[in-house]
Design a protein around this ligand. Structure first.
Ligand SMILES: *Cc1c(COP(=O)(O)O)cnc(C)c1O
Length: 291
C-alpha cells in the first residue's frame, strides 16, 4: 500500500488591521488552519514525512506524546485513521476527559496516561512499551524533529510565500519555526522569520538556533502572557474582539499570543514602513471548545 498526502489547502488572506494601515505595514494571514478540521495547520505539515517514513519502514503503529489538550495528538489520531495506521498516545498527567481526547479516541487512538515524571523520559517510555514491537513507529512530541521540519519547510516553496519580507509564527516546540527558517535558506530567500515564543523562561532555546544564519530569524520572548497554556484577562478580551471583528478564531495557547505580539510589534514601530508580512495561523481552535 502506498499513501499519498496531498498539499494542504492553506490560502493567504490580506488582513485589514487599522494599526497596520496606519503604520504602512501589509499584513497577510496564511490560513493553515483551513487545511483540515483536526489535522490542522502546522500539524499536517509536520506529520507528512513521519507518515511517509513509517510507511517506508512498513510500520503501522504510530506512537506519540502530548498533553491532554494536544493538537498534535488529535492530528496524529485523525491522520492515522485517514491513512490506515493505528495510533497510540502517551498523555502527560492524571487521567482526564475532554473534547480533544474524546475526538482522539473516536479516531481510534489508544490513550495511556503517564505521570509527569515518567513523561519526561519519552525514549524510555517508548522503549518499555514498544521496544520489542517491530510494527511501532516513534513520532516525537509535537511531530517536530528533522522530519517535521522538512514538511514545514515546504511552505516556503510556495511562490506567494516567497514575496514576504517577514514571516511570523508562534513557537511551542519550535519545529515549525525551524522548518520555516530552513525553507527560507533552501530557497535562498531574504525573508526574516519571527517566532513568538509562548513558553515562559524559554530563553535557553536560543542555543538550538545558533547554527542558523542570524539574519534569517528572530525570537520574541516577551509575549508568553504568564507561560504555556496560561493567559491574561487582556488576552481573552483581545481574542473576543479579534474574533468578532474579523471572523477569525484564535486559540489562547498559541495564535492569540502570536496575533497580540504582531499588533504590539507594529504599534511599537518594530517593522520598517512598507514591510510585507505574513503570519501563519496554525489552527488549534478545537482547544477553544475544550478548555
Ligand atoms: C502545535 C502548535 C503550535 C506550535 O508549533 P511548534 O512547531 O511546536 O512550535 C502553534 N500553533 C498551534 C495552533 C499549534 O497547534
Amino acid at each position: 500500500m502506498s499513501i499519498h498526502i496531498h498539499k494542504p489547502y492553506a490560502p493567504i488572506e490580506k488582513l485589514e488591521l487599522d494599526i497596520a494601515v496606519k503604520k504602512n505595514i501589509q499584513v497577510y494571514l496564511k490560513r493553515e488552519d483551513y487545511s483540515h478540521p483536526f489535522i490542522s495547520g502546522n500539524k499536517w505539515r509536520k506529520l507528512k514525512y513521519h507518515l511517509l517514513e513509517a510507511e517506508r519502514q512498513e510500520k503501522r503503529q504510530l506512537v506519540s506524546f502530548g498533553g491532554a489538550y494536544s493538537n498534535h495528538l488529535l492530528a496524529t489520531a485523525a491522520a492515522a485513521a485517514k491513512y490506515k495506521f493505528n495510533s497510540y498516545a502517551f498523555v502527560r498527567g492524571e487521567k482526564v476527559d475532554n473534547q480533544v481526547l474524546k475526538l482522539c479516541a473516536l479516531f481510534g487512538m489508544h490513550i495511556h496516561f503517564v505521570s509527569r515524571t515518567a513523561y519526561q523520559n519519552k525514549e524510555e517510555l517508548y522503549h518499555t512499551y514498544f521496544g520489542s514491537n517491530p510494527n511501532a513507529f516513534y513520532i516525537p512530541e509535537g511531530g517536530s524533529g528533522e522530519l517535521g521540519e522538512k514538511g514545514v519547510s515546504e511552505i516556503m516553496q510556495e511562490p506567494e510565500m516567497q514575496t514576504f519580507d517577514v514571516i511570523l509564527a508562534s513557537v511551542g516546540t519550535g519545529g515549525t519555526l525551524k522548518g520555516l527558517i530552513k525553507g527560507v535558506a533552501e530557497n535562498k530567500l531574504n525573508s526574516q522569520v519571527h517566532g513568538i515564543v509562548v513558553l515562559k523562561g524559554a530563553e535557553q532555546m536560543k542555543e538550538e538556533y545558533a547554527h542558523f544564519n542570524s539574519n534569517s530569524y528572530q525570537l520574541h520572548f516577551q509575549y508568553h502572557g504568564g507561560g504555556y497554556a496560561k493567559h491574561t484577562a487582556e488576552l481573552v478580551t483581545f481574542q473576543n474582539k479579534f474574533a468578532s471583528q474579523t471572523g477569525i478564531l484564535l486559540d489562547l495557547v498559541y495564535e492569540a499570543k502570536m496575533m497580540w505580539a504582531l499588533i504590539n510589534l507594529i504599534e511599537a514601530d518594530y517593522f520598517k514602513p512598507g514591510t510585507k508580512l505574513c503570519a501563519l495561523h496554525n489552527g488549534g481552535t478545537v482547544g477553544i471548545l475544550s478548555s
